[in-house]
Design a binder for this molecule. Structure first.
Ligand SMILES: Nc1ncnc2c1ncn2[C@@H]1O[C@H](COP(=O)(O)OP(=O)(O)O)[C@@H](O)[C@H]1O
Ligand SMILES: [Mg+2]
Length: 351
């Protein structure tokens, strides 16, 4: 996957701008010049939303009512284009000039992976970052998973609405059944994926840390740490109705599950330094790139946004060596760095 051109209109601080990318491109500029906004715009085509906010309105240039993003590049040696237009709270997406009707058509078309300062949150406490992380990877390689997930969350929303408003018990029962059915595929795919993930993480850890360490990845289910096949979620949800009725929301299911990673039997949430957490987050992302390559047959475009500021020079150099294999890298960096060599420069202070 190669990105060649990004056109950007009314997005963050850019009213109208066009950027050209090489296999190795470095974006620099003073604070607030728009470095992150450029990779944010690129990543929009992968995630169909920002990596900094879930609110599309926040990226819309203040005072404007629509933004427009376009990219051109090469995929499997063929030229492609993709556009995203945001207007009136709605996003219209087109691929090669044709409107897409479903999100699942657009998701997984332009594949990129972003390294950012958010990565260290993957090893910190909130489970939601890890859940989003695995959901995104599996969705990229399995469109059926993505469709299941969308359905699951739409049923969950309706079910929570009924719980919240003491709604019709029969309707609640229908949603409980639907939710339980959708859970099985999501759960099974996550389990399958985590075994594979554990394997890749073990290989990467040895590369980055230059010694063998035992990385374990364990699925942590909100359903009694149990299995969604053995007892059907449906029965469990019925049993806990009194609690749900009190809390007014769904208390079990894949939307509350987590996965726990340990290195040499030490849970990663106990990892000390910010540097260690960053390094772990980075390793998880490199695993993501490998998984995509093995499943899709193409490397994603690698985006790096201020991700390594907490690492020492030696580690950064080692990481950049691993990154050498990737066909395209777009990196933002502060001006004082002199580590970036052989990169085409975009200097936002000069344009
Ligand atoms: N919705 C918006 N409309 C206009 N400007 C914005 C919007 N959101 C952020 N900005 C501005 O965009 C600029 C670029 O931010 P950012 O991309 O984070 O810069 P950098 O990564 O180079 O430090 C900042 O000055 C910020 O205030
Ligand atoms: Mg920035």
């Amino acid at each position: 996957m190669i990105l060649q051109i990004l056109s950007i209109n009314n997005f963050r601080n850019f009213s109208s701008k066009k950027f050209y990318f090489d296999r190795r491109t470095a974006i620099t500029g003073i604070n607030g010049s728009g470095k992150t906004s450029i990779v944010e715009a690129i990543y929009y085509f992968t995630n169909l939303k920002s990596f900094r906010t879930t609110n599309d309105k926040k990226v819309l240039m203040i005072g404007k009512d629509n933004f427009l993003l376009n990219i051109e590049g090469e995929r499997e040696n063929q030229k492609f284009s993709m556009g995203i237009m945001y207007n009136d709270n709605k996003k219209l997406i087109s691929i090669n000039g044709k409107r897409t009707n479903r999100l699942s058509e657009a998701f997984g078309f332009f594949i990129s992976v972003i390294f950012s300062t958010y990565d260290k949150l993957l090893s910190d406490k909130p489970a939601i970052y890890r859940r989003k992380f695995i959901d995104r990877i599996i969705s990229t390689v399995d469109p059926l998973y993505f469709e299941n997930l969308i359905e699951y969350f739409s049923i969950l929303k309706k079910r929570n609405f009924v719980l919240k408003n003491d709604g019709d018990k029969k309707l609640l029962d229908v949603y409980t059944q639907q939710l339980s059915q959708r859970s099985v595929y999501i759960y099974e795919k996550r389990l399958e994926f985590l075994i594979y993930f554990e394997d890749i993480l073990n290989q990467l850890y040895e590369l980055v840390f230059e010694k063998k360490q035992l990385v374990k990845v364990k699925y942590f289910s909100s359903k009694d740490s149990g299995d969604y096949k053995e007892y059907i979620l449906y029965e469990r949800l019925k049993k806990i109705f009194p609690q749900e009725n009190e809390k007014k929301r769904t208390l079990l299911g894949p939307h509350l599950d987590d996965f726990l990673i340990s290195v040499d039997n030490k849970p990663i949430s106990d990892f000390g330094s910010e540097g260690e957490k960053t390094l772990l987050g980075t390793t998880l992302k490199i695993a993501e790139i490998n998984i995509i390559y093995e499943n899709v047959g193409e490397y994603p475009v690698v985006l790096i946004d201020d991700a390594f500021s907490e690492l020492d020079i030696l580690k950064i150099e080692k990481l950049l060596k691993i990154f050498d294999n990737f066909p395209q890298i777009i990196i933002t960096y502060p001006k004082k760095w002199d580590m970036i060599k052989n990169y085409t420069m975009i200097d936002l202070d000069k344009s």
